[in-house]
Design a protein around this ligand. Sequence first.
Ligand code: ZN
Length: 460
Amino acid sequence: MTTLLLHHADVLLTMDAARREIADGAVLIRDGVIETVGTTDELAALCAHAGVAPDETIELRGHVLMPGLVNTHHHMYQSLTRAMPAAQDAELFDWLRALYPVWAGLTPEMIHVSTQTAMAELIRSGCTTSSDHLYIYPNGSRLDDSIAAAQEIGMRFTACRGSMSVGQSKGGLPPDEVVEREDAILTDTRRLIETWHDPRRHSMLHVAVAPCSPFSVSRELMRESAELARHYGVRLHTHLAENDKDISYSREVFGMTPAEYAESLGWTGDDVWHAHCVKLDAPGIALFARSGTGVAHCPCSNMRLASGIAPIPQMRAAGVPVGLGVDGSASNDGAHMLGEARQAMLLARVGHGPAALTAREALELATLGGARVLGRDDIGAIAPGMSADCVAFNTGGVSLAGGAVHDPVAALLFCTPPPVSLSVINGRVVVREGQLTTIDLPRVLERHNRFALALAAGHA
Ligand SMILES: [Zn+2]
């Protein structure tokens, strides 16, 4: 039994049912689970009364303490191909065409080191749970390479077994050499779920079934993936309705909108989440709300690729579950989760007016929203019985000066979002005083950048 006390946080943003914000807040964690939440005085009295002396105590004066942020959409291997000149100024389909041949050179080591790099960046930005959508498996790469990286760095993880099966010769977008056979995809997906998926409360690892997109796999694979996921009780994920070309492709090839196509294949329900949905129409929003189908909103990627402004206020009003995703890494090309919440707030205002999304609503999307989209009721809030995923931001730096004194919570988004000073994941201190404790980050980055150059050179 180990206990960790976090106390004297200037503000504890709980995201609990009452959305309490506790001044001089404290949290007692026992064996990876939140036991008690309250003011520092209340917890001190409780500990004294029960004769509990925490194994470790961390003081958080000058900090906002909040639930760890949840990233619902990402492609971590793309950290190796950020800002590549050939793909800097393209929309989605041209961006993909420029990068597919480069990604064909990926190796298992590259997947491993790029996943660690992406996770380090996410963790430093306040993220404690992430999904990753790996849909390209060249040269013996496996989803196991990502899973090993997550376990080493200590991040809570939803590993999505992506896939592509319709190459250019069959009318799809990816080149033939990066697609897989559909029977092999389904066999490997079964193996991964049986080997790795842990459905228990406080699980550190989920596996989801995730064909890449309607324009890179067949109708049959979409349908069989849904059946397979439901057989095992795991979640389904893909890209949907990302931009206007995506909509035209769906109408021309399937004779339906993306939402209608998804519904026709069993790809709606409270066990499904779709990335983007920038072009989800009113009947699509109503369908998603009715069926509990989730959306991973990726504002930076949508701006980067000029995809458009997702109808997030309409989705929220209708009751669609919405979380945030940094997407990328090569279509963002940053993976700052608190920054993504800031961009969600700003982009909603560009599209829908100044009252479209408040700072606290954006933080709710980044915590409780993401938890719901990933099918979890044990993360996203600081409350008794929840997994102990907590992050603290120092509000004393120059970027928050003159802002945090008025409203430290809102200042985290209205001002330049700072890096975390503390990150606790599943009760384990993963960032202490701004430094990752679980991996040797400079060494990882050195290898990562060496691989990035080799990957680009191999293509050239
Ligand atoms: Zn994506």
